[in-house]
Design a protein around this ligand. Structure first.
Ligand code: MRU
Length: 365
């Protein structure tokens, strides 16, 4: 996607002085500063995932793959690869893409002689990233059909109002995004859209990242408090919801950013279609049901404090909660499949159930 007119991806290898680095956008600084940062070691990749300089399930998977390439540069032995893989997988538990990315690298590298592993690792990580871009582009095409249908239903008389939660835009992937890919596709196709952006406490990925992406693309949007969505849906001001996912269980239950479940409940009550954009690598056919998905518990300080831009232009963190009040920070929730109108995958839109998923991805079951 474009950042101030320049085509940009969220992650890429950079060769300099005989060494290959991994360059990322530091998402902890957006929207107030656009800072590129270099990862030189697998530990750098682990830190970037853990503190959420990179975040979003597909981008976490891509960073893990490049983390394995950095590890292969240092110690490509079986033990070196296994140790790096374990460290990467331990950073965040909910997005299945993280373990998937590491497993894929091990599957590709371990059969090779140690001397061939480093170049093969960089090549495999790059291939994984290209696949991510193509999957998301296809999700955009399939989701565009849904947006077109909503536009037709509104007699093409006004923009289609789409509500999204957290950030499942290009910043959450290598490019294009998942939930926002249909929005970008609609905008490009001349279908007028307006996006309701949930701010997404506690880390505010909606207010900070989704709003920034949409502003960069010139797409009309309005940031709302997380609690506003139900009211807007009751009053006919949302045509459809589209969210991303960190893991879809084999039965179609969906884990996504905390608060997604409440939006799905409100959408169900109001008869608003609720779609989940889910690329193949985010579907976990090994997990039977959503209740088995591990839910990340993050530092309670993320609830107690909030970060923003001070008048003098500096980034500051301020306390919201009385000293001594306990805070809890479950980072994801699970929306039962019965509340999901459909899954938008790169292979088409399907029902959120075991049979439909198995039909679309027969080689995975
Ligand atoms: O905690 P985050 O910012 O990594 O959570 C991201 C989300 O919940 C996204 O909706 C999900 O990863 C899908 S990204 C295409």
């Amino acid at each position: 996607m474009l950042v101030q007119g320049t085509p940009t991806r969220t992650i890429r290898p950079v060769v300099e002085g005989g060494k290959t680095w991994v360059e990322i956008i530091d998402q902890t600084r957006l929207p107030h500063a656009f800072i590129l940062r270099r990862l030189a070691t697998p530990e750098d990749a682990m830190e970037a995932i853990a503190v959420m300089r990179v975040r979003g399930a597909p981008l976490i998977g891509a960073t893990a793959a490049y983390g394995m390439a950095l590890a292969a540069d240092r110690d490509a032995s079986d033990a070196g690869m296994a140790q790096a893989g374990e460290g990467l997988v331990a950073t965040r538990p909910t997005a299945v893409n993280l373990g998937w990315g590491v497993e894929r690298m091990l599957w590709r590298l371990l059969p090779l002689p140690v001397s061939e592993r480093s170049p093969a690792a960089w090549a495999e990580a790059a291939t994984l990233c290209e696949e991510d871009v193509e999957q998301n582009r296809a999700i955009g095409r399939h989701g565009l059909d849904l947006i077109r249908a909503a536009w037709k239903k509104a007699a093409r008389s006004r923009p289609v109002n789409i509500l999204t939660h957290c950030n499942a835009g290009w910043l959450a992937t290598v490019d294009w995004g998942t939930a926002l890919a249909p929005v970008f596709a609609a905008h490009e196709a001349g279908v007028p859209v307006h996006v309701w952006v949930d701010e997404t406490r506690p880390r505010n990925q909606g207010a900070s990242l989704t709003a920034w992406e949409l502003a960069q693309a010139g797409i009309p949007h309005t940031v709302i408090a997380d609690n506003a969505g139900g009211h807007l849906m009751q009053h006919g001001r949302v045509d459809l919801c589209i969210v991303g996912t960190d893991r879809v269980a084999a039965n179609g239950d969906v884990a996504n950013k905390i608060g997604t479940y409440l939006k799905a409940l409100a959408a169900n009550d109001c008869g608003v279609p609720f779609y989940v954009a889910a690329p193949g690598p985010s579907i976990d056919f090994r997990l039977a049901e959503g209740r088995d998905i591990p839910i990340e518990e993050r530092d309670a300080g993320e609830v107690a404090r909030i970060q923003g831009l001070a008048e003098d232009g500096s980034l500051v963190s301020v306390r919201l909660v009385p000293e001594g009040s306990a805070c809890a920070n479950p980072a994801f929730d699970v929306t039962p499949a019965r509340l999901v109108s459909g899954l938008i995958t790169e292979r088409g839109v399907c029902a959120a159930d075991r049979a439909a998923l198995a039909e679309l991805f027969p080689e995975r079951t």
